[in-house]
Write a new protein. Sequence first.
Length: 98
Amino acid sequence: MAHAVIIYLVALLVTLPLFIILYPYVPELRVPPGFRVDHLLTFAVLLIALIILVRRFQMMVYVLLVVGAVAITITGLGGGYGFRDLYGDYAMFLHSLR
């Protein structure tokens, strides 16, 4: 169960910036009441593709997650760059992409 949650979280965290970057280049698809389907289709295709990639390279993803968590923990304990800084920088990165 935890294995699937990690796969989906990693895929989702990578999908968000890719969606923001690629979305302006996707043509509009409107359904008659005015609902734009392109948002949903673009996000779903990206998420499914990244879930497949993360599953295919899951050992490498797990190693990178552990190495990253250890590095953030060590630098955070040393008073440098910690989890709060990582969260703030990721939020600022997503905001700057818009």
